[in-house]
Design a protein around this ligand. Structure first.
Ligand SMILES: Cc1cc2nc3c(=O)[nH]c(=O)nc-3n(C[C@H](O)[C@H](O)[C@H](O)COP(=O)(O)OP(=O)(O)OC[C@H]3O[C@@H](n4cnc5c(N)ncnc54)[C@H](O)[C@@H]3O)c2cc1C
Ligand SMILES: NC(=O)c1ccc[n+]([C@@H]2O[C@H](COP(=O)([O-])OP(=O)(O)OC[C@H]3O[C@@H](n4cnc5c(N)ncnc54)[C@H](OP(=O)(O)O)[C@@H]3O)[C@@H](O)[C@H]2O)c1
Length: 457
């Protein structure tokens, strides 16, 4: 092991599950002293655990309490409101830390690339999720005059947004959604929700507990079209897909008396065009057939859905971090088991990747734990061999630029304010979704202190 007279300094960019699992793994496994700075562009940690996991799945949100324990270590700091590419460069991070771990997730979405996709009323499930989760960058979403909605894609995100659209105001009331979101959903009158798969039920990527929860939503009748569920041979399927097909058969066979809404699964169809006078009125679909493993071909046969809202839930997408290699085709940082490399495979010493920006937008929260452990094992092995190099003082550079990052105490103040706001309305938490309110809470901790990055916004 190289001899070093100070703790090794590690920067983690992104305080989502993968970044915090990386810190957890580093603290548990490094055979040398480490100091870790966790940066996030938001003043709030937890990434999609806070701004993606559905508000009515609060038991999963409890994972945040476990992840937050990394901040109990005095060797770990949270530096919020610092965006790589805006407030700090990758080169500055590499000059200031022995190792930099990129954990920035996948913050964009994929496009269907069909005519009419940009009409008002057509948007991504990502934007819809960000809105109901109270992300401060989200735009308000209107459900005014939406009685029928179509969701493209049959993954778990499609299931989440279908469930939120189909639940009643009473069912959503105990969640942590911001008050204006609850009001919009409570005032909505969505009677029909279409969930559209370009392949068959046996190819859907949603998981069975999530599917069963959706199809048993109170007062909602379910039908399945486009595929003959009885013709699917169970023996050909793996356990998960067989369980999905069985759940769909059960749902289609269940009779719901006097349903208040209907959920329609439509398989073997793909969106072809969205049309309407100034906003979404119809979604034109094309029937598809299998064309080799994972692929479909259009048949030219069209079907029309009369809908006022189209949500594409066809996957998230990573975006480039300035100064960091990026593979635009996959939306990932090129890497070899977590070690960042140039597109030609040349390693970039001291730079690492974890989570969705490392392997693409697939996998549940737990998947990021093993993924982070793989990266951290390489990081620890590399640092153990690396000679000590002089490091720049990033805090001093930021102070010269006139701001200090937000802190864990600032997040705890936001957390307390959200709990207080929730209690006033009889729920555990009510999210604060406005940038100005979040920044006001950060500023409260700055009285007489250094100027805050909050003041630069
Ligand atoms: C809608 C939705 C619902 C989900 N529900 C579940 C569920 O119920 N259960 C489950 O197990 N999994 C769920 N998942 C999957 C889970 O959320 C992901 O596996 C996980 O969040 C990926 O972690 P990550 O850290 O890679 O990315 P993220 O969670 O996206 O975290 C990335 C962090 O990086 C920050 N960041 C981004 N760019 C920068 C920058 N330039 N500078 C500084 N910081 C930056 C972001 O602000 C964010 O905090 C869901 C995913 C989605 C999309
Ligand atoms: N409760 C939970 O545990 C939970 C909740 C939400 C998300 N997550 C996880 O988060 C990850 C991301 O979920 P996701 O739903 O975004 O992704 P996903 O599981 O990859 O699903 C994407 C869906 O979009 C379809 N699709 C892709 N491109 C399309 C196109 N051009 N036209 C029509 N359909 C298209 C895919 O079909 P093909 O298969 O044919 O490509 C697939 O059905 C997953 O791992 C998921 O399990 C978990």
């Amino acid at each position: 092991m190289a001899s070093v007279n100070r703790p090794r300094r590690v920067a983690v960019v992104g305080a989502g599950p993968s970044g915090l699992f990386a810190v957890q793994s580093l603290l548990a496994t490094a055979p040398f002293a480490v100091e870790v700075d966790v940066f996030d562009r938001l003043p709030t940690p937890f990434g999609l655990l806070r701004y993606g996991v559905a508000p009515d799945h609060d038991s999963i949100k409890g994972i945040a309490d476990v992840l937050a324990r990394v901040f109990d270590s005095e060797r770990v700091r949270f530096l919020g409101l610092v965006e790589l590419g805006r407030d700090v460069t990758a080169a500055e991070l590499v000059a200031s830390y022995d190792a930099v771990v990129y954990a920035a997730g996948a913050s964009e979405d994929r496009r269907m690339e069909i005519p009419g996709e940009t009409l008002p009323g057509s948007r991504s499930a990502r934007e819809f999720v960000a809105w109901y989760s109270g992300h401060p960058d989200a735009s308000p979403q209107s459900l005014h005059r939406v009685t029928a909605a179509a969701i493209a894609g049959v993954g778990n995100v499609a299931i989440d947004v279908a469930r939120i659209l189909l639940k009643t105001a009473d069912q959503l009331a105990p969640t942590d959604m911001p008050a204006p979101v609850l009001a919009e959903l409570a005032g909505a009158d969505v009677r029909d929700v279409w969930v559209i798969g370009r392949r068959g039920p046996e190819h859907a990527s949603f998981t069975t507990p999530e599917l069963r929860e959706l199809v048993t939503t109170d007062g909602v009748a379910v039908d399945v079209a486009g595929a003959d569920l009885t013709a699917i041979q169970d023996a050909d399927l793996d356990r998960r897909t067989r369980a999905n097909v069985v759940a769909l058969r059960d749902a289609a066979a269940r009779r719901v008396a006097d349903p208040r809404a209907r959920l329609h699964f439509l398989f073997w169809h793909r969106p072809a065009r969205i049309v309407g006078a100034g906003r979404v009125e119809h979604l034109i679909l094309e029937r598809t057939v299998a064309a080799g493993p994972g692929a479909v071909a259009g048949t030219g046969e069209a079907a029309t859905l009369d809908v006022q809202l189209v949500l594409r839930a066809i996957g998230y997408r990573g975006i480039p971090l300035p100064g960091v290699p990026f593979d635009a085709a996959t939306g990932r940082i090129p890497n070899l088991a977590g070690r960042v490399c140039e597109p030609d495979g040349t390693l970039r010493p001291a730079e690492y990747a974890v989570g969705w920006i490392k392997r693409g937008p697939i996998g549940v929260i737990g998947t990021n734990k093993a993924d982070a452990a793989e990266t951290v094992a390489h990081l620890v092995a590399d640092l153990a061999q690396a000679a000590e190099r002089p490091l720049a003082d990033l805090a001093a550079t930021l102070a010269e630029r006139g701001f200090a990052p937000s802190t864990l105490a600032d997040w705890e103040r936001i957390d307390a304010a959200e709990r207080e706001r929730g209690e006033a309305g009889g729920r555990a938490r009510a999210k604060i979704d406005a940038w100005h309110e979040l920044l006001d809470l950060v500023r409260l901790g700055r009285a007489g202190g250094p100027p805050s990055v909050a003041d630069r916004r």
